[in-house]
Structure formats: C-alpha cells, structure tokens
Design a protein around this ligand. Structure first.
Ligand SMILES: Nc1ncnc2c1ncn2[C@@H]1O[C@H](COP(=O)(O)OP(=O)(O)OP(=O)(O)O)[C@@H](O)[C@H]1O
Ligand SMILES: [Mg+2]
Length: 508
C-alpha cells in the first residue's frame, strides 16, 4: 500500500490526511488519485466504504486554486445527507488550505444558501435539483468550474435526475475535468460517460465480489407476520452498537420505528417525506448514539458513512442488487467488520438468488433464533454489566447493604434477582405493522453468471423516474439545446494503462 507522500501531494494535504488518521491510501485511491491529478476524466468503481470520497476529494483540493474565490469544483450527490457528509470530508482534507466546500441542497432556505455563497467557497457539493435552482438564479457562476464530480452517479439516474445532470454538464465549461464514482455501475452510466466525459479511464478495483469481504452476509427465511418478532430477537441477541434497519416503504419505516420504540428499543426512522430538520436530527442522534437503531428507506443506503454501524438488517429484501450492495455497505467500512442479515419470505427466495448471483457472493442461511436465545443474549449482557461493575473500586458505599441483604437472602437468589432486573426480557407488547406484498422476480432477465460489478446488476434498470418522494427531481424543465456532443480540446491526452484500469472508449 502506498503512503500519501508518493502521490507528490503538497505538504498541507499530506498533513491533513495524517490528521484524519489516513496512513495509507486505499486501493481505489492508489489507482485514481494519480490519474485525477493529471486532469484526466475517470470513472472509479470500488466497493462500499473503501474511500471513494477522498479519491476525488484529494485531487479536488490539490488541483484547485486557493487564491481564487471563484467556484472551481462541483460535486453532485443524490441525497442531502450525502452532500453534507461529502462537504465535511472535503473540508477536512482542505483543513490547511484556504479552500472550502459548501453543501447546497433542497429543503434548506435558499436565501441562507445565497448568503453562504457570498463567502466564496471554491467547491459546491449539491443535490442536482437545488444546484439547478442556483444555476437559473445565477447565484452560482459556472464559468470558472474546472472539476465536476458525480458521486453515486447511478443513483442520481435512478432517482430521475438525468435531465438535471445533463443540463448541468452542458452548462459547465467544456474543458473541465469530469470524475464519476460509485460502488455499482449499471449500464446507464455509459451514456453519461459517452456524452459528457472525455476519454475517461475506467478504474475498477479488481475484486471478485462487489461487496467487501469483511461484511458477513446472512439471510433468514421468515414469514411476513413473524418478521418483527424475529427482528426483536436478533436485536436482543446481538445488542448492536448501531444498527440500520431497511424497510421497503416510508409507511413501513414509520410503523417499524414506532413498533421498536414501543418494545423499548431506541429507534427512529428516516425517509424522504420527513422535513430536513427532522432528517438532520434523527441522523445526529444516531451518530451520537442517542438512538441505536436507525430505520430507513433506501434514502440512507447511499454513501452514508457512520462509524460504529455494526449491523444492517434488510427487514424487507431490497428491490435489486445495487440497492443490496449499498444497504449492507453501511457497515464494514474502512476495514471494520460488520454483519448484514436479510429477511426473505418463502416467495422471495428467487429474488434473493438473483441478488446473490449479481454480487457473486452467497449469503449464509441461518435459522430463525428462538425466544430462549434472545433471552440468553440479554442475560449475557446483564452478566457483562455486573462483572464490569464488580471491577469498579467505588463499591464501598454498597457493601454494607450487600452484607445485610445476604443475612436474609441466599447469594444465588440475590444475584439472580439482580440479573433479572438488569436483563431486558423479550417484550411482546402488541404492535401494528401493515403487511407488505412479497417482491417477485417477474420477467427480469437473469444477470450474467460470474463476476459481478460493472453492468452486472439486474436492477438499476428501474425506469428513470423519481422514486416517490425520496427527493425532488424535476423533469421536463430542461431547455432544448443544440448539439449534445461537445468537441473538447485535449482529447488526445496520453494515457497509460495502469494496472486495473482500462480505457473506456468513447464513441461519438
Ligand atoms: N486512506 C484511508 N485510510 C483510512 N481511512 C480512510 C481512508 N480513506 C477513506 N477512509 C475512511 O473510510 C471511510 C469510508 O470512506 P468513504 O465514505 O469515502 O467510502 P466510499 O467508498 O465512498 O463508500 P460508499 O460506496 O458507501 O459511498 C470514511 O470514514 C473515510 O474517512
Ligand atoms: Mg461514497
């Protein structure tokens, strides 16, 4: 593995990266940073949690001019939360440089954004819709933009942002550099690449599997009606530090988080119908550990980097393999381990097999845990708590009391009582959960066998329409424009073929 010195980065950048605890570059960073530093277009694909943000953040900061207050870099992301997170990471990389990144997204007061823009950030990290608003109001100037990054490009297409992205890419200067990153790359990306990138180098970290090996993947066949009780048992057995539970719909998320709260778990839900203030507060509480369970729709599946997420539960099996890869990728990040458990009803087994085939990895079948196992799990926690407390040296205030108690009650009974009080016993408080219809494989074509990854997803072919309410893509607003193909200067840039990279030929 390479250290960051080897990229020939400026001292302030190397210092920032070491401050962030980055000692070595990750595989995708090793391969993409040198190419991006040369100003070349590239498409970068690597598994979730492997540092794609810094892979474009480093060249952005290194290449932009800190003496100019013009907007020089734009990063587009599919969700608001991701815009905030990416801007934060870029600002960390820029901590010793006079460069700043500003997140801009829908749901936030536009006049406040205009005010923040007056402070002249050089980088804007935005959701496409809101970026377009500013473009039209001319509150964002595009003429000095040198680098455009599309993070999670495939998801932006899924969400129906295609027209916005095309329009943005048509408006920014032709001689800009374009970088495109995602863990999954369905074929639709090729269109964007061909139309708007200049001989991009395709850099795909060679991996047998699309998912990282440090995520243990399990599935359980569970009847729809049993899912919730099984989920509670699993939470009791595993006592996750932080867990994300994915549900199929917003209603599902609302009902699940309410039901979990009723049964005594610290849970809240996040989805696209909540206002931004609520979304922000839920995420903040989860990051702080105030709540340990985040229930989410796919809105939280992309890019979110929350350390300490030890478990991902697919309460409902995801629609497609891309969604699966991104959902489970919220755990097992930056080399940590994680566990992903997917519930599948008997009629959805075929669907699960399709996901396995696309990701080229089998999920391990597990049987549904019993109530007794759930109780054992919680008892173990209680024992741990008692043992930990017995190691404390400030127990003296309790010892006299303990001795008195032991005169009346035998020690086993006393400890049992203490354990019972400390144990969260399985809770059967009735809850209400509307049933979801099973997902069927339908007429979808089977993905090719073998290596997953590029173009392998059988999903991602969702029609380009907005996912209901998840965000606010606007269609039909794009102005007619003459000639899509923009002759670009510098098309004949030299290209070497690094290991693991191959040129991605643009045909005009
Ligand atoms: N070289 C490095 N050394 C140590 N940690 C790193 C390094 N690069 C990135 N990280 C950390 O790894 C975590 C995951 O990185 P990041 O969010 O960029 O992943 P990603 O590849 O974009 O994943 P996803 O596909 O889910 O968006 C972050 O917390 C990031 O700060
Ligand atoms: Mg990312």
């Amino acid at each position: 593995m390479a250290t960051f010195y080897e990229f020939g980065l400026s001292d302030s950048l190397v210092r920032a990266l070491s401050n962030m605890g980055f000692e070595e570059a990750t595989a995708i960073q090793v391969q993409t940073v040198p190419v991006a530093l040369q100003g070349r277009d590239l498409i970068g694909q690597a598994q979730t949690g492997t540092g794609k943000t810094a892979a474009f953040g480093i060249p952005l900061i290194e290449r932009l001019d800190e003496k100019s207050g013009n907007i020089q870099g734009v990063v587009l992301t599919p969700t608001r939360e991701l815009a905030v997170q990416v801007a934060e990471e870029i600002n960390k990389i820029a901590q010793f440089k006079n460069i700043s990144a500003l997140p801009i997204y829908g749901g936030q007061d536009i006049t406040r954004q205009i005010k923040a823009l007056k402070k002249r950030p050089q980088i804007i990290v935005a959701t496409p819709g809101r970026f377009m608003d500013h473009m039209r109001r001319k509150t964002i100037r595009l003429d000095s933009i040198e680098i455009v990054v599309l993070d999670e490009a495939d998801e932006m297409l899924n969400m129906g942002f295609i027209d916005d992205i095309k329009e943005i890419l048509q408006e920014v200067p032709d001689n800009r550099q374009t970088l495109l990153f995602s863990a999954t790359m369905p074929r639709a990306i090729q269109e964007i690449a061909q139309q708007f990138m200049t001989e991009p180098t395709l850099i795909s970290v060679k991996a047998k599997e699309v998912t990282v090996p440090n995520i243990e993947q399990q599935y359980m066949e569970v009847a729809e009606k049993q899912k919730f009780d099984v989920l509670c048992r699993l939470l009791d057995i595993h006592s996750p530090e932080l867990a994300i539970i994915f549900g199929r719909t917003k209603r599902r998320v609302d009902e699940l988080s309410e039901a979990l709260t009723k049964r005594g778990y610290g849970a809240e839900g996040i989805h696209g119908d909540l206002n931004q203030a609520k979304r922000d507060s839920v995420l903040r509480k989860f990051k702080e550990g105030t709540i340990e369970v985040l229930v989410a729709t796919d809105v939280a599946a992309r890019g979110l980097d929350i350390s300490g997420v030890t478990h991902v539960f697919n309460f409902d099996i995801p629609q497609d393999s891309e969604s699966y890869v991104h959902r489970i990728g919220r755990t097992g990040r930056a080399g940590k381990t994680g566990l992903a458990i997917t519930f599948v009803t008997s009629r959805e087994i075929d669907h699960l097999r399709l996901i396995e085939r696309a990701t080229n990895r089998r999920m391990e079948r597990r049987t549904v845990p019993s109530m007794a196992e759930a109780l054992e799990g919680q008892q173990r926690m209680a024992v741990d708590k008692i043992l930990e407390a017995s190691g404390l040296d400030n127990l003296s205030a309790y010892k006299t009391l303990a001795e008195q108690l032991l005169e009346d009650v035998d020690s086993v009974t006393l400890v049992s009582a203490a354990l019972k009080l400390l144990t969260k016993e399985p809770d059967m408080t009735p809850i209400r959960l509307t049933e979801e219809a099973p997902l069927r494989v339908g007429k979808k074509k089977l993905p090719p066998k073998g290596r997953g990854g590029f173009g392998s997803g059988f999903g991602g072919k969702r029609p380009s329409r907005p996912r209901s309410g998840e965000s606010r893509p606007r269609s039909g607003e794009s102005r007619p424009r003459s000639g899509d193909s923009r002759p670009r200067s510098g098309d004949s840039r030299p290209r070497s073929s690094e290991s693991g990279s191959r040129p991605y030929n643009k045909q005009r």
